[in-house]
Design a protein around this ligand. Structure first.
Ligand SMILES: Nc1nc2c(ncn2[C@@H]2O[C@H](COP(=O)(O)OP(=O)(O)OP(=O)(O)O)[C@@H](O)[C@H]2O)c(=O)[nH]1
Ligand SMILES: [Mg+2]
Length: 419
């Protein structure tokens, strides 16, 4: 970025910041007004009740007491406060602007998410980008700098295949023209994005959302501890917030605390959980019950939590097959997504799991979790290239809002941000 570019960016971001701040203040005022109106109504009701009580006392009729019949607003997730106008804001605003967002369309959730994503990928970035930039400086790329880049990409768990692909494209370009440091990074970003986008394009579906008018069933699968239940909770929130009628099936009947864990997530986003508390309940039977409920309630999206660990891996695969069979039988026109949840911090190990699941579990997509604070975020590229799975969501934190639909542009920008 030249100086003028960055001056313009800051100016643009400052205006977006001011607009967002104004909007937030208006929203706050609106909320305050609503609260006041609610309080006013409550006072009126209390006065009415008081009068009624006095009336009843006069007539000597007992009364259980004043009941607060004003519904308190539902437990909502508190809205975040707008922070300082700083480099984080500017960077995030620029990423949004590059995707066509207007100054007055920028939301705080998006800014916070991008800030979190960039911070989350910091360790991965430190591993190669910082070093790469230092090595490149402003000088043109050389065959030696490509060798360095190769090592750095492999070290960031990008995987051999993706690395080979990127390096050979760069080498080809280098044979044709002189490539400066900045142009090199731009080209690298484009190549990495192409790798991630390929399985997404092949799936014919750029963004995974539930199809209206049908029952969509999303199975979350993966080995133990990768974040299936947490991810499901975050998905339930995203889905119900986007006005899809959502239901959760607690089909991990193996781990005792799994149902309780899900209920907490369900409460946070006002989504019901279908479960069977009895010991050794059959996961497929839970799914059976959940489908009945889903049909009755006209549910758009049924999210199914599955066990990460059974006595053997074969049991796990059999169980998944059984669950799918039940769905096929009961709702043949349901849209089933089998989403493999992968813990980014497991790097190449996670990739091995993905390969083994992909062979048997008929997967349709991947969700990468724990991108916050790992140095192995590059594994996302390996999943795209080597397992050929479209990445559908990414998680970068334990909070309910720390999951977003995957966006390859944002991911690559965050991965290769220059600070
Ligand atoms: N930092 C961070 N932690 C996460 C993220 N996603 C999940 N976790 C944590 O990872 C741990 C395991 O998450 P679970 O959701 O219980 O994982 P699971 O795959 O359902 O585990 P099993 O049911 O035992 O197979 C919990 O402590 C979560 O809070 C994430 O994106 N970032
Ligand atoms: Mg779980």
């Amino acid at each position: 970025m030249t100086n003028t570019d960055s001056d313009n960016s800051r100016e643009w971001a400052a205006e977006a910041y001011a607009l967002l701040k104004k909007r937030q203040e208006e929203q706050k005022q609106e909320l305050k007004n609503q609260e006041e109106q609610k309080q006013e109504l409550k006072n009126q009701e209390e006065q009415k009740q008081e009068l009624k009580n006095q009336e009843e006392q006069k007539q000597n009729i007992g009364d259980p007491g004043i009941r607060d019949n004003i519904q308190e607003s539902n437990k909502t997730i508190s809205e975040p406060e707008l922070g300082e106008f700083d480099d984080n804001f500017t960077w995030s605003a620029m990423v949004l602007a590059a995707q066509g967002k207007k100054k007055n369309q920028i939301s705080l959730d998006e800014i916070n998410w991008l800030t979190k994503l960039r911070r989350g990928l910091e360790e991965t970035r430190k591993g190669f980008v910082t070093e790469l930039l230092e090595k490149l400086g402003d000088d043109p790329l050389t065959p030696e700098s490509l060798d360095d880049l190769e090592t750095l990409l492999i070290r960031a768990d990008v995987g051999i295949d993706s690395t080979d692909k990127v390096i050979s494209s760069l080498r080809k370009k280098l044979n044709e023209e002189v490539v400066g440091g900045e142009a090199g990074i731009k080209f690298l970003k484009r190549e990495l994005k192409l790798i991630i986008d390929k399985p997404i394009k092949n799936s014919g579906n750029d963004l995974l959302v539930p199809q209206k008018g049908k029952l969509n069933v999303w199975l979350l699968v993966g080995v133990n501890g990768v974040g299936k239940t947490t991810t499901l909770g975050k998905l339930a929130y995203l889905s119900s917030k986007s006005n899809y009628k959502t239901l959760i099936a607690a089909a991990d009947t193996f781990r005792a605390a799994a149902v309780e864990q899900l209920k907490v997530w369900g409460e946070r986003s006002n989504v019901d959980v279908i479960s069977n508390q009895s010991k050794n309940a059959d996961p497929a039977a839970v799914v059976f019950d959940a489908i009945n409920s889903a049909k009755k309630r006209n549910v758009d999206l049924l999210l199914v939590d599955t066990a990460g660990r059974l006595q053997t891996k074969n049991n796990l695969m059999d169980e998944l097959a059984k669950i799918k069979k039940i769905i096929d039988k009961k709702v043949p026109d349901a849209i089933i997504e089998s989403l493999l949840v992968l813990d980014a911090s497991q790097g190449q190990n996670g990739l091995k799991q993905a390969k083994s699941f992909a062979k048997t579990a008929n997967l349709s997509g991947a969700i990468i979790t724990k991108l916050d604070g790992t140095s192995r975020g590059g594994v996302s590229l390996a999943v795209s290239e080597e397992v050929n799975l479209p990445i559908r969501f990414i998680g970068a934190g334990e909070g309910i809002k720390d999951l977003r639909p995957f966006n390859s542009y944002e991911f690559v920008e965050a991965l290769l941000a220059d600070q």
